[in-house]
Write a new protein. Sequence first.
Length: 128
Amino acid sequence: MIRIEFIGNLTADPKNAATATGKEVTNFTVAVNSGRDSTTFVRVSAWDQLGNNCRLYLSKGKKVFVSGTPSARGYKDGNGGVQASLDVTAYQVEFLSPRDPVPEQPREEPKPAPKFQQVEVVDEDLPF
């Protein structure tokens, strides 16, 4: 078995899909910087619980470590040219970006104690 490992950032939010038999898969693309002013884009498929976790907790720009089985495929682009794609079926995805911070709840200022005014009561003002 051939195994590939890489670290990169998601180019978009993960997308959920289903096979013809109803099995769910989560797909996302990871941009891997080679350090030589070039970037490799890897299409990742994650199945079952791993795919569900990726769909729930990953989003565009998040950094991930992916380990899986690679495959390559050819396709024609919009201009009729032949292109190649590197696809990976993931069996391990580690989330490397920190969790999104929980939005801070606005603090309520303490309410000032009600101010009482002294009022002079005259017997004629009383209803009884």
